[in-house]
Design a protein around this ligand. Sequence first.
Ligand SMILES: Nc1ncnc2c1ncn2[C@@H]1O[C@H](COP(=O)(O)OP(=O)(O)OP(=O)(O)O)[C@@H](O)[C@H]1O
Ligand SMILES: [Mg+2]
Length: 588
Amino acid sequence: MTLTLRARLLLAHAAVLATALIAMALFAGAEQRRWVEQQSRATLERTCVQMARHLPQRADWDALADSLGHELGLRVTLIDGTGRVIGDSQVAGDELGRVENHAGRPEVKTALHGQSGGASRRSRTVGQELLYVAVPVVPDGDRPVAVARLAEPLIGVTMLDAALLRLSLLAGVLALLLSVPLLYGVTGWQAGRVRDIARAAERVGEGDFSVRAPERPDDELGRLGAGINRMAAELAARIESLARERDQGSRVLERMVDGVALIDTHGHILRANSALAALLSVEPPVSGTSLSEFARLPELVTLVETARTSSGPVESAIRAWAPGPKLLRSTAIRLESEGDTAIVLIVHDLTEAERVNRMRQDFVANVSHELRTPLTSMLGYAETLLHGGLEDLEHRESFVRIIRDQTERLQALVDDLLSLAELEQPSTRLRLGPFDLRDAATHELDTVRERAQRAGLALALEAPERIEVVADRPRIEQVLANLLDNALKYTENGRVTVRVGGNRTRAWCEVADTGVGIPAEDQPRIFERFYRVDKARSRELGGTGLGLSIVKHIVTLHGGEVSVTSTPGRGSTFRFEIPRGVRAPWSA
Ligand SMILES: Nc1ncnc2c1ncn2[C@@H]1O[C@H](COP(=O)(O)OP(=O)(O)OP(=O)(O)O)[C@@H](O)[C@H]1O
Ligand SMILES: [Mg+2]
């Protein structure tokens, strides 16, 4: 059984108190006894001196002793100079001869030497605890008595002892009864302080650094409390700085575009950033998930295993297929610490870089392809002319005409490519100026009026008011020209309508035709370079698929949008919208 601190304190205090009381009773008893003995002895001595002084010259000494003893109520002993007892009130006369010589008794010995002596002991003669006093008797004639002795039983002292013991016990019990509530309170208070401090220490141990242990009063417990408080504050500061460092690390990790993971010896993920999960298109891992289960890319697991046995970083380009194709450059680096081999895995997304690269390759292939057709044709006709064609009066002019047309087509292609190249340059600036969008539209319509007439198409402008914009006029005209060119090119009969309008902040323009239209699945792609819905037809009409991508570039540079609505067989409407005042980054 373990006792509470309070019970222990209480018991210790009670034990100390009881010991103190017992010691006090013993000391007081001894002192009392000494004092009572001394008093009795003094009285006895006085009586004895009186008695000695009045002894007769001669007498029956034993009878005298008997009568004196009877008179005084004490034991009277008369002793001669040799220590022989010649009279004793408690020994019969015929017994006296058998009484031991008393010269050796300490009090008698002292009296024989002429001084009064005293002692207390158990009498061998009468078998009782007695206090003795012996005085010398002044020699007078031939009186044999040399020493008179009185003895008194020590009953008073013994009774006193018993009374004292009773009193002491009573006082002790009383003191205990009175002090217990006080002790109970004091020990409770001390135990409470210890409990408070212990509780504070416990809470600190659990990580609650806001608790404070009591520091008052300023004794050992108070100082212990202050120590715990200092420790808590210090711990809190350290943990906070550690947490801050950790948070910074986590923030850096989280902000990273690359996926990063730390993998332990057993292939379990200790930590991973969300970029990694996003790159692999999976849920962020719970710490302890195995890499194979998380990534579902055997190549990645193999890479990590390879890194475990190689000294430097190992790298590999890994293809992932879910949800879409991806190219991931993955690097695994071994981290050695205290016999543990952790692996840092870094995954970088190369999909976009690969896409751009492929686009560039496709572009070169497309351009070469587009150049080849007119060049082949021109070369063919030039060869024909050289090998006798010049003499063919009937056809030679048409051959030369074809060569010129193809050259024009080449020129248009090269012009478009240059336009695109220029527009795609990051440093491209618009030459902004105020102009009327309706005016620009009218101008472009005028340019194609004759061509429309020839094709039997009606042209119309619906623009109720001037639409003032701040924009790059030549480029906006290029947009209009491209849209009109398409409208005329892909419309067999019907009309082409240009509408211009705007509100306070934006201006818009629509080019609507009643032509072949564009199938819904092609609509999102027609703004791509070289994209044509019907390649043969477009090429036949001299198109290369660059017009709309130029349109899109210019409108985007103006901070606007371009869109198309079209129904195959019924016609298309192209619409672009730009802010009336262009934002700063594009302006020159
Ligand atoms: N108004 C339209 N009606 C029907 N189809 C159109 C229209 N405008 C564009 N298209 C389709 O979109 C494709 C891309 O147009 P874009 O202007 O980029 O190229 P293009 O006209 O073929 O050649 P380029 O304009 O370079 O001479 C065209 O090939 C055509 O199939
Ligand atoms: Mg075009």
